[in-house]
Design a protein around this ligand. Structure first.
Ligand code: PLP
Length: 395
């Protein structure tokens, strides 16, 4: 069965009393048991009967189960946000005195989690160019517990060789953790790429048009101890489990994921081609054959490139003029909303970092990030081209 069909037709494990066709939203916290033994079995995880909605809930379990089937993961845990999922996944493999090897090209809060928050707990994070495999080999030592990467970095749009990084991690006894928010699990074979733990912000493509926050951790069962630590330690002791309402929204989002993803991607490719053809700005989109990561991205991500692209304009002032001139495209953060969104990352998402850090992360103040939506292609292009013409016009 194709994944798009499976996403729609995965049945929930128990027949609903009313035969509800959609998974009901179980807005309950506690669950009642017929006797002491079923109660003990639930609390000691001998059975998978839910006991308390901080750690398990039927609506969330259903969502997790569909993702497990689509991804081939050994276990899937859904969290309240992408950041909660990233912290949980990293904490499941790291401990004081260990090293994380990663890149400067990371989503801002992930960068701060690894370099600032975890540093307070005695974890060392080493930043290297993950596209330079010799530099990665030099950085990985016997204290290294994981290599952490984003499969398409936000907003630098860099793509590293995931299989090669997995081999380096595994030969040092470390895990490969990958944030796959840009190209989700329905298109990639993460296990074959050597990813041990996959994380994504389901706020983005999965949520179905910015309906809810969420984060997913997929444990492929290939790195010892992660599954145990994730469910029995991190989730129970730190909390952060997805809410039943978000799971309901995101289950609906999952049903239309492939259709939306492919339509948004077609719009993004069209925008990238047309804006690239203007010749007065730089367009970065891995779907363009001229992009340095095009071939690697195509091979790794099943021919998918997503709907995020960046524009480099001649100056920061031109970027601000462009943002102010937009009429249809919304001035907002987030990715993969149904609406096309534009943001100037250096002054917003990365706005609290100092200039040196921002420069080291290659977040130029001449960069605009676009997330292309589901509008008619001619409407998106008309607004972008008009705003660019105004922004680039001589004073
Ligand atoms: N990972 C990536 C690549 C992101 O772009 C984001 C948010 O923009 C996150 C993680 C964090 O996700 P959330 O906002 O759901 O916490």
């Amino acid at each position: 069965m194709q994944k798009s069909t499976q996403a729609i037709h995965t049945k929930y494990p128990r027949q609903d009393a009313y035969g509800a066709l959609a998974m009901p939203v179980y807005h309950c916290l506690a669950y009642e048991f017929p006797d002491h033994q079923t109660m003990i079995d639930s609390f000691t995880q001998v059975s998978d009967d839910p006991d308390y909605s901080r750690v398990t809930n039927p609506t969330v379990i259903h969502f997790e189960r569909i993702i497990r089937q689509l991804s081939g993961g050994a276990d899937v845990v859904a969290f309240t946000s992408g950041m909660a999922a990233i912290s949980a996944a990293v904490m499941a493999v790291v401990s004081a005195g260990k090293r994380i090897v990663t890149s400067r090209h990371l989503f801002g809060n992930t960068y701060l989690l690894l370099t600032r928050t975890l540093a307070r707990f005695g974890v060392e994070t080493v930043l290297v160019d993950l596209t330079d495999l010799d530099a990665v080999r030099d950085a990985v030592d016997d204290k290294t517990c994981c290599i952490y990467l984003e499969t398409v970095t936000n907003p630098q749009m860099e793509v590293a060789d995931i299989r090669a990084l997995a081999d380096i991690a595994h030969s040092a006894g470390a895990a490969l953790l990958a944030d796959t928010t840009m190209v989700p699990f329905i298109y990639t074979d993460s296990r074959a790429l050597g990813i041990d733990v996959e994380i994504l912000s389901s706020t983005k493509y999965l949520s179905g048009g910015a309906t809810s926050l969420g984060g997913i951790v997929i444990d492929y069962g290939t790195y010892p101890g992660v599954g145990e630590a994730l469910r029995k330690d991190i989730l129970m002791n730190l909390g952060g489990y997805m809410t039943p309402h978000a799971a309901y929204m995101q289950t609906l989002g999952l049903e239309t994921l492939a259709t939306r993803y492919e339509a948004q991607e077609a719009n993004a490719l069209n925008v990238a081609r047309v804006l690239d053809g203007r010749g007065d700005i730089e367009v970065c989109y891995p779907g363009l054959p001229s992009n340095p990561y095009h071939t690697l991205a195509r091979e790794q991500f099943g021919g998918r490139f997503g709907a995020m692209l960046t524009l480099t304009l001649p100056s920061k002032e031109a970027c601000f003029r462009f943002i102010d001139e937009l009429q249809l495209v919304r001035r907002a953060t987030n990715l993969f909303d149904n609406k096309t969104l534009a943001i100037h990352p250096a002054s917003t998402i990365f706005g609290t970092l100092d200039d040196a850090t921002r420069e080291a992360m290659d977040v130029s103040d001449r960069l605009i990030r676009l997330s292309i939506g589901l509008e008619a292609p001619e409407d998106i292009l008309a607004d972008l081209n008009r705003a660019l013409d105004k922004a680039l016009a001589p004073d």
